[in-house]
Design a protein around this ligand. Structure first.
Ligand SMILES: *Cc1c(COP(=O)(O)O)cnc(C)c1O
Length: 340
């Protein structure tokens, strides 16, 4: 292991995970080619495998979840049309206004209860495509698990309601599945079921699955052919990137199955910190009503890194770089600070 972070228990995000020795070996041994020519065998294998996991025809490897989401939404929404989503969604909170800045896509947000999908509330806001006065709603974007919702798993009935309605309404569904793996691990719902309830889906390997980079967009073959052009246009065409795709394949083999351990660690943290563990569905613990800057600073001084979501909210994220001993250490430090 390299880097100077060993002395810290880093609970800021699951993006801080570093490639393990086994993953690095897989990267070093990867067979590669020029992926802009679609000639990297490792990338192609990853794309095929991911498409199959989610029950879609095709897939495209992209550098980030942001690019996966933005291209995914562009595939199902024309400039001047709108994507409807939750007010706290990653696609409108953390993607730098890309839908508007890059694609001329309008977004309209609906406030939800902590990120929980309420299909009917969204359906009620959808605007028709053939009206002379209204901005047409081309798509709805759903986030699962929900990041700002504290790792909330979207209820499968709500996803089904939205999907079934969308088929008769000519409205597409985009899934921001950056952490769909965690939703799957927590709910037991097959990845293919989540895939079957979306027209386009972006999934990340750089979060809980522990790779340094990498996301995959899945959709129909026709849409993925268009996505390949968008990726190049945005500067996301990569060459011998099988070295990264190999890490993603390794992650599916070795890290997907261990996500329940992260979820267990999150529940343990919650219990130690007086948070109702039943509110912890996946790998995040939210501490609400706390002096976030003060606690974050004091925790850092004692070797524990946390993230401040707002001045009164702290988020802790468990992941494969924090073992049980690290969880105990973080719990000791934070429990004392919260009792002050
Ligand atoms: C991390 C994340 C993304 C993608 O972020 P990138 O940093 O662009 O890879 C997308 N959606 C959600 C919900 C995320 O948490």
């Amino acid at each position: 292991m390299t880097g100077g972070a060993e002395s810290f228990v880093d609970l800021r995000s699951d993006t801080v995970t570093r490639p393990t020795p086994g993953m690095r070996r897989a990267m070093a041994d990867a067979e590669v080619g020029d992926d802009v020519y679609a000639e990297d065998p490792t990338v192609r294998a990853l794309e095929e495998r991911t498409a199959e996991l989610f029950g879609h025809e095709a897939a495209l490897f992209v550098p980030s979840g942001t690019m996966g989401n933005q291209i995914g939404m562009r595939l199902v929404c024309e400039p001047g049309q709108e994507v409807l989503c939750d007010a706290d969604a990653h696609v409108v909170t953390y993607e730098m206004g890309a839908a508007a800045a890059v694609f001329g896509i309008s977004t309209r947000t609906v406030v939800s209860a902590g990120g929980r999908l309420d299909a009917q509330a969204l359906i009620d806001q959808v605007r028709p495509k053939d009206n002379w006065h209204l901005t047409a709603t081309a798509a709805v974007a759903v986030e699962n698990t929900h990041n700002r919702g504290g790792g909330l798993v979207q209820p499968i009935e709500e996803l089904r309601t939205l999907w079934n309605w969308s088929r008769g309404a000519d409205v597409a569904v985009h899934l921001d599945g950056a952490r769909i793996w965690n939703a799957h691990a927590a709910s037991g719902v097959p990845l293919s079921t989540y895939g079957a309830l979306a027209d386009t889906a972006s999934v990340c390997f750089s979060k809980g699955l522990g790779t340094p980079i990498g996301s995959v967009l899945v959709a129909s073959a026709e849409r993925i052919a268009a996505a390949r052009l968008w990726r190049k246009r945005l500067g996301g065409g990569m060459r011998q990137v099988g070295v990264i795709a190999a890490a993603c394949r390794y992650a599916l083999d070795h890290n997907l199955g261990r996500l329940p351990e992260d979820h267990e660690h999150a529940r343990q943290l919650a219990t130690r910190l007086g948070v109702d563990p039943s509110t912890v569905q996946t790998n995040m613990v939210v501490l609400d009503g706390v002096e976030a800057p003060l606690i974050a600073e004091a925790a850092k001084a004692q070797g524990v890194l946390v993230s401040q979501v707002s001045p009164r909210r702290i988020r802790l994220v468990t992941h494969l770089d924090v073992d049980r001993a690290g969880i105990d250490r973080a719990a000791d430090v934070l429990a004392k600070l919260l009792a002050l």
